[in-house]
Design a protein around this ligand. Structure first.
Ligand code: ZN
Length: 284
């Protein structure tokens, strides 16, 4: 998972102390810890959670997040309340970090989660240039599949280009155009109707293989740029990365996050928080 903030987006304020705190692993909850650290370090989200919690007297997941964020500013924290609110009964079972962040964003206050919220639509252009958009689809992340890149490097820039590449509809796939009044060749393109303040890219390394009837993971090298141009939008800058190490059954998640005031990257690995002397993105 890669999180990009719109250019000029503030993920952490200067008022936060330079020291950061870890989260206790409750079994195999490193996926949850990584996601929570990313949300904590996203200042707009953290502040919105606090404001919404005051209005709603801190009940449910919102209240648990507010308590956790308060604790994280002071010391190493545990995630018992969050785990209860998310209904996680088997803490020794590792889950998917992307599903986890979506669940949290869906369950928390819409005011807080809106900075991650985007809207995709299909734009159909007929061969005469008539345009039509349909199918508004809300999204929390853009999925980029890595499974075809088993033995080669994967470039996020190329992946995004591919994602927004028009698909040609011709032959038996021709579309009916209202303005032409008959079926015509056309192209269909995904367009972002609403650009989120924070864009989450999900790099899908896991896929179910029907020949083997099991999941497999591609461990290809991924080139992640520091700044990313999304078609029709401003430039996004990378500030957080959630990585999975190891195999399909198990492995380990950690988060690497940039603090804005220090312009420094930290690795959040459960209770361990370490400043880094390298940058987890592609150098220009
Ligand atoms: Zn037309």
């Amino acid at each position: 998972m890669r999180l990009f903030g719109r250019h000029g987006f503030k993920n952490i304020s200067t008022s936060v102390e330079a020291k950061y705190h870890g989260l206790v692993n409750q079994g195999a909850t490193c996926y949850l810890n990584s996601v929570l650290q990313v949300l904590f370090m996203t200042e707009d989200f953290r502040e919105a959670v606090k404001r919404s919690s005051k209005q709603n007297v801190g009940i449910g997941l919102l209240g648990a997040l507010t308590d956790l964020f308060d604790n994280l500013q002071k010391h190493t924290a545990n995630t018992h309340k969050i785990i209860t609110q998310l209904g996680i009964s088997r803490v020794y079972e590792q889950r998917d970090a992307a599903e986890c962040i979506e669940k949290i964003l869906t369950m928390t206050s819409p005011v807080a989660s809106q900075i991650f919220h985007g809207l995709l639509a299909n734009q159909i252009t007929c061969s005469k240039g008539h345009k039509e958009t349909d199918r508004d689809a809300p999204f929390w992340h853009l999925p980029l599949s890595l499974v075809d890149f088993y033995n080669q490097d994967y470039s996020v820039v190329n992946g995004i280009e591919e994602f927004f590449r028009p698909t040609c509809l011709n032959g038996e796939h021709q579309m009916y155009c209202d303005r032409c009044g008959h079926k015509v060749d056309a192209t269909i393109t995904d367009v972002i109707k609403h650009h989120p303040d924070v864009l989450i890219l999900l790099l899908k390394r896991f896929e179910f293989n029907y020949s083997y009837m099991s999941y497999f993971k591609t461990s290809c090298f991924v080139e992640v740029p520091y700044s990313l141009q999304i078609p029709g939008s401003e430039v996004y800058e990378l500030y957080a990365v959630v990585d999975h190490f190891g195999g399909v059954r198990g492995g380990h998640y950690s988060a690497t996050i940039k603090t804005q005031d220090e312009d420094r990257w930290y690795k959040f690995d459960d209770t361990q928080v370490t400043p880094l002397d390298y940058q987890p993105f592609q150098e220009k």
